[in-house]
Design a protein around this ligand. Sequence first.
Ligand SMILES: [Zn+2]
Length: 140
Amino acid sequence: MMSQLGTVGTFCPYADCPDYGQVGQGNVIHYGKSKQGQQRFHCKTCRKTFNERKGTLFYKRKTPVKDMLECLALLAEGSRISSISRAKGIKEDTILSFLREAAQHAQQVEAILLNDYRIGGSQIDGLWTYVGRKREKKSG
Ligand SMILES: [Zn+2]
C-alpha cells in the first residue's frame, strides 16, 4: 500500500465521486496529454478528468512525502507537534508548514490518510483544526 503513496492517477481526487480516494479500483484511466504536455487522467465513475499536477502531492518538496504523511498521521492520531518534532527530528515550524501545504491538497491528503494510514474522518477533522480548515462533508 505504501508504494501507492502519492502516485498520480491511482485514485479519483474529486470528493463528490463515489470512488473518491479508492486506490486501485480501476476507475481511473490515462486520458491523453494536455496542451502543456501533462498526462491527463479520467475517472470512469464520475466522468471527470484531471491532470498530473492535480494528482501530484506536495509538488517539488524536499522532504519525502512519506515523512510528511507520517507526521500528519501522527498529528491526526493526537500526537503533539512538539513530540513529533522530537521523535522525527523535524522542526515544529516545518511540521506546521506540512499542515498548511496539506490543506492545499486536502482532498488528496484525506484520501491517503483514510486509505493508507487508516485514519478516521473525525481524526482528520482534528488535523484540519490546526489550520482552520473544515473537512468537506463526506461519509466516513
Ligand atoms: Zn471520480
